[in-house]
Structure formats: structure tokens, C-alpha cells
Design a binder for this molecule. Sequence first.
Ligand SMILES: [Zn+2]
Ligand SMILES: [Zn+2]
Length: 144
Amino acid sequence: MLQSPNSNRVIKRVMAFAARKVSKLKRVKHRFCPLADMEHNLHRRQYAHTYCNDPKLTPEEKELVKRRQLVCWAHAMKSLPAHRVAGICLHEIGHLLAGPHDQDSRFTQEMAADVAVLGALGVEIKYIGKNNDNAIDLRQIGER
Ligand SMILES: [Zn+2]
Ligand SMILES: [Zn+2]
């Protein structure tokens, strides 16, 4: 898990919620990723990714990618509020559930991730504020 007490707690809660609905999600691991840091520096809204193609992944991590069990984060996520971390976490889970649709457009892939989360987990990911930040209402995963 991630070395950030608050974000770590949020991710644990999200994963526990998600795994109650789709048990294979129990095996999903989260890591900080240098590529995710670079992506965040280029695109400030980008905090995480799945299907990592970092050549420096360990063989174990590569296996997790193949099994759709790895979510990579930028360190910048540590300063996000809980509803944003939870929204991003669920969106990335959506990418894992939807599978790697490389032939689809980026837009279609982003839609497919949120549709998968709504279908499999019953949570609607919202896009809020002037920057269309992805977030959820924490009550949807049983938080107050
Ligand atoms: Zn990565
Ligand atoms: Zn996405």
C-alpha cells in the first residue's frame, strides 16, 4: 500500500467496498509510479493510471499488470481530499474491470471505466467544479 496515512486509509476503504461487490478486486495492489509523476507534471488532472508500461516494473509487477491488478499513482495524490482520491481510485478500478481496450479512443476508454464502476459497483463517478475533477460522494461507499 501507499506510504501516506490519509490517502492510504481512503484507498483501503474504497478497495474493501469494491471487493465486497467484486471479490477478485481483493488482489488489486497500489503503488507510486515515476511515470504517473511525469504524467501529472504534464497533465495536472492526471493522478493515476492502470496497465503501466514502465520498463522498470519488477517481474511481479508486470504479472499484476497482466492480471489487471495494479493501479499506479502520482505522489501528488497525497494532497487531494478524500472524495477526490476515492473518485480517482474507483475510476482506475473501472479501467481494470473494463479491460485494456487499446483499439478504442481515449474518450471511449474513459467512459467505459466509469460505466464499469456504475455497473459492477453501483457508484456514479461525478465530475465536479470548474476543472471537471473526478470525485464521488463518500456516502456511496458507506462513508460519512
Ligand atoms: Zn505506472
Ligand atoms: Zn481513466
